[in-house]
Design a protein around this ligand. Structure first.
Ligand code: SF4
Length: 370
């Protein structure tokens, strides 16, 4: 039976799957996949867009640093309109804050080399996919003797956030928020039944899996008894992965359906480069709060490159009616936010999920042609 026919003929219990990759979110909406699924299969977006999960305190700190005449802030364009507690980087730039937009972190190195009288601070935001590039940036700066480059890091890793989401979508008692992702929970016998969850499986993040390998999701699959399917980014690949999630109900296992790019072990060279320059830390996620062990920071021996990243653990300010937190947890769909498409549009974003092209609110808004 063809994949679409198989999905459309599904008449079992209601299923809700979460995609935790911003590119998947964008492709799901671009291909109109939600409308192709029967009412009993629902897709929700998770915290898979690095810009969306960046806390307002991080934006505030960039603005503060950019007001120092010795500093130059360097960032990707997506970050410019993310709301801080009182304004975005774009608004701060209009008020004299020094902010430069680049397309690659390596551009920051060129800028710093060409202007040794100023300190260039790169807004280093991202998941496992981007962190190896920041490691390469620091390595290049070291090798070229560039001393006026800094990173303000807001680097995150995905498994602890998925663990947090699973735990907080359980109907029964969830593991304590401060418990760390990893083997200790399994060996301690903490294992909850997937049946009780609001989420019945995950489209594992494709880009992240290229670096980490698919095996990294196995402890989570076993712990929660849920299937994880690594999918490619074509519409038909996403539909095939959803069909696999339906078929794998009740099985806590990982299936790699993107073998052309993803292996079990991932990219060892990139992993080793990250380990050389970065170490685990707690991290604040917009809407989710602080998740233990979910971040990466520069190791002590490279702290000369750190612009002061460690204290960014708050998430305050912004529009109090914005429901990014619930959207990022898969609790509501973007259109259920009272501001969606009215006060909040890509031209007037009230929350980070409406800013990035990979944000769920932006993707939803675009697919509905509002
Ligand atoms: S529609 Fe706008 S205000 Fe509502 S959750 Fe999304 S980003 Fe926040």
């Amino acid at each position: 039976m063809k994949i679409l026919e198989y999905l459309q003929s599904y008449d079992g219990k209601p299923l809700r799957f979460m995609e935790v990759c911003g590119t998947h979110t964008a492709e799901i909406h671009r291909n109109g996949i939600p409308a192709l699924l029967p009412p009993s299969i629902e897709l929700v977006s998770g915290p898979g867009c690095p810009v969306c999960v960046t806390v307002s305190a991080y934006i505030d700190r960039l603005i503060e640093l950019g007001r120092d005449p010795e500093n130059r802030i360097v960032t990707f364009g997506d970050m410019l309109r993310v709301p801080g507690s009182s304004m975005s980087l774009s608004e701060a730039r209009a008020k004299g804050c020094s902010v430069r937009m680049v397309y690659s972190p390596m551009d920051a190195l060129k800028l710093a080399k060409a202007d040794p009288d100023h300190r260039y601070i790169f807004a280093a935001v991202g998941f496992e996919t981007t962190t190896p590039v920041y490691a390469l940036l620091v390595q290049e700066a070291l090798e070229q003797g560039v001393t006026n480059l800094r990173l303000l890091t807001s680097l995150k890793v995905m498994p602890p956030a998925i663990d947090w989401i699973c735990a907080h979508n359980a109907e029964g008692p969830a593991p304590a928020r401060e418990e760390r992702f990893g083997e200790d929970q399994e060996s301690a016998g903490i294992r909850l039944s997937g049946e009780s969850f609001g989420i019945h499986g995950f489209l594992a993040p494709g880009h992240v899996s290229v670096i980490t390998g698919s095996r990294i999701f196995e402890p989570l699959a076993r712990k929660y008894g849920l299937p994880f399917v690594v999918a490619g980014f074509e519409g038909k690949e996403i539909l095939a992965a959803i069909a696999a999630l339906v078929k794998l109900q009740g099985q806590g296992r990982v299936l790699n359906m993107y073998p052309s790019a993803v292996t079990e072990e991932g990219n060892r060279e990139a992993q080793e480069r990250v380990t050389r320059f970065f170490e685990p830390c707690d991290a604040a996620w917009r809407g989710l709060g602080v998740i233990a062990g979910s971040g990466r920071k520069l190791r002590k021996e490279y702290e000369a490159f750190d612009a002061g990243s460690v204290a960014l653990m708050e998430d305050a300010g912004g529009n109090p009616a914005c429901r990014c937190a619930q959207v990022l947890m898969g609790r509501i769909r973007p259109r259920e936010c009272p501001l969606f498409g009215k006060v909040c549009t890509p031209q007037t974003p009230q929350g980070a999920c409406m800013v990035s092209t990979e944000g769920s609110c932006f993707s939803c808004w675009q697919s509905e042609g509002l």
